[in-house]
Write a protein of this length. Structure first.
Ligand code: MTE
Length: 314
């Protein structure tokens, strides 16, 4: 395994996001033909209707402009604006997701079939390992709905996920500098994958996902750091052993398999005690709020980890 330099950087090491976003909003109108239009996802996002789902949040939504222009999607580059700027040529139709491995009925789900699932709107608090957070109205369905259809075998203990590899459409996969090994891979324990909070998202803000947010289908696990939310999924595999994950492979000291949001366990290079809500806190955007255990979803998920040392299993 080549030594990859961990490209996650702490908020204090970069331009404060308030300034970044204010600048972006300020120039947004002027650049509508460029970044602005692409960043809004308007070129491809189509309206998508969904019933209101459970887990309502009484918190201010992060503006759509921020959700769709401040992204991590390293296949399109390592800077926050890269995914919106560089994903215009990414083709998300046709698309299918293979679900295989230790299952009774392996199946390839076409996008049409996926979009016919019972879609719900789920507004979730999202916390990135870099110290910023957003509140996003996702559209999706529980991952368990797909797992039930393929009938996992008793020996299946984990679920492994894989992102598409398409260097011709994803510039950083084809470039000289490869920020991460491809494909991007992630994993969950089967009980985490089956938890009702865990969804496959196909949209946000009432529309299909913009490319930069992981079109056409991505994972959302709101009690874990954002990097668990693997984008543009093409494969889901039920396995017996804990699967490898991209960030753990790239730096196991800094990123573990579980990656539950935990203000008591600092990242080796920065504190995880507080977070900055993107798009809030005034012009300079430096106001920080306390980070909650399990990102505020402890009542729902803490029992999954009963008896586990969460400092050792970070
Ligand atoms: N999925 C893939 N395939 N490639 C990536 O680089 N980045 C992850 C995650 N999923 C990433 C990915 C990280 S670090 C974060 S914080 C979230 O996506 C960001 O999701 P968002 O841009 O929709 O907020």
């Amino acid at each position: 395994m080549p030594a990859y330099r961990p490209p996650h950087i702490s908020p204090s090491e970069i331009t404060p996001k308030g300034i970044y976003l204010s600048r972006r909003n300020f120039i947004g109108a002027a650049t509508a033909a460029g970044i602005g239009l692409t960043a809004g996802g308007k070129a491809w996002a189509a309206p998508l209707t969904a019933a209101p789902g459970p887990y309502k949040l009484n918190e201010k939504l992060t503006p759509k402009e921020a959700v769709t222009s401040y992204n991590n999607f390293y296949e399109f580059g390592v800077n926050k604006e890269d995914p919106a700027q560089n994903s215009g040529a990414f083709k998300t139709t046709p698309w299918s997701v293979k679900v295989e491995g230790m299952v009774g009925k392996p199946k390839e789900f076409g996008l049409d079939e996926i979009l016919k699932m019972k879609l719900e709107e789920r507004t979730y608090r999202m916390r990135c390992v870099e110290g910023w957070s957003m509140v996003i109205p996702w559209i999706g369905f529980p991952l368990s709905a797909i797992l039930d259809q393929v009938e996992p075998l008793g020996s299946a203990k984990y679920v492994a996920f894989e992102t598409v590899v398409r260097p011709e459409e994803m510039p950083a996969q084809g470039g000289l500098f490869q920020p991460l090994p491809w494909p991007y891979i992630e994993g969950l324990r089967l009980d985490e994958a089956r938890h009702p909070l865990t969804i496959l998202a196909v949209g946000l803000y009432g529309e299909t996902l913009p490319n930069q947010n992981g079109a056409p289908i991505r994972l959302v696990v709101p009690w874990k750091y954002g990097f668990k939310g693997i984008k543009s999924i093409v494969k889901i595999k039920l396995v017996e052993k804990q699967p490898e994950t991209t960030w753990k492979n790239s730096n196991a000291r800094e990123y573990g398999f579980y990656s539950n949001v935990n203000p008591a366990v600092d990242h080796p290079r920065w504190s995880q005690a507080t977070e900055q809500r993107i798009g809030e806190g005034g012009f300079f955007g430096t106001k920080r709020v306390d980070t909650l255990p399990f990102n505020g979803y402890g009542n729902e998920v803490a029992s999954l980890y009963a008896g586990m040392d969460l400092k050792a299993n970070y």
